[in-house]
Design a protein around this ligand. Structure first.
Ligand code: COA
Length: 167
């Protein structure tokens, strides 16, 4: 599989047309559990999960009355490959920013996650954050490696891992 070296990776602020494209990419190339909170029902991209995916992003990013985070569509060479997000959270003393990234299966393992994370770190710093935090699971080797590569400290909490990096 080719690396991301010559690919153009662009983060585009999420909007309604982008959300439709993001859903298409998720359905084609990712498991629901990798890209959204659990929804009851049979496995796979059921109608209920597609609706929940759209509602999730509208509530958290697109509706100004309820938005709590900024989400970007990750495009690689013009193709939607995943999403990245930053959510300001109130830390003990300074602004913390919580980050998340997912990529479709066909885009993984090529260095794209690493580059997207670097963009998120810059955006968090530029936004005045003092701390960058993220959560993953013990069995997610790629995410663990990605997060430890930023210099973040990783704390194991049962099956979960909290990563935090002070700027
Ligand atoms: C986690 C995720 C964003 C990583 O992005 P990616 O583009 O696949 O990762 P990269 O290719 O940039 O690799 C990042 C690091 O992880 C390592 N890595 C990548 N895939 C790996 C795997 N399957 N197992 C172990 N390490 C892996 C790479 O070698 C690299 O480490 P290095 O820089 O020290 O060499 C991506 O795999 C993904 O979307 N997974 C599903 C959703 C998810 O788990 N999101 C994260 C939740 S916190």
């Amino acid at each position: 599989m080719p690396g991301s070296g010559e690919s153009e990776i662009v983060l585009i602020p999420l909007d309604e047309p982008g959300l439709e494209r993001l859903l298409e990419a998720a359905v084609a190339d990712a498991e629901p559990t990798e890209v959204m909170p659990p929804v009851d029902g049979p496995a796979g991209w059921t109608e209920a999960r597609r609706e929940a995916f759209l509602a999730f992003h509208r509530r958290r990013s697109l509706n100004p009355d309820t938005a709590i985070e900024t989400t970007w569509v990750v495009e690689v060479d013009g193709r939607v490959c995943g999403a990245a997000r930053l959510r300001p959270v109130s830390g003990r003393s300074a602004l913390e920013v919580e980050a998340g990234v997912w990529l479709g299966r066909s885009a993984r393992g090529r260095g794209i996650g690493r580059k997207v994370t670097a963009v998120l770190l810059d955006a968090a710093r530029d936004g005045g954050a003092a701390k960058f935090v993220a959560t993953t699971t013990v069995d997610n080797a790629a995410a663990r490696r990605l997060l430890s590569g930023t210099g973040a400290e990783l704390d194991v909490r049962g099956a979960e891992i909290d990563a935090h990096l002070d700027f």
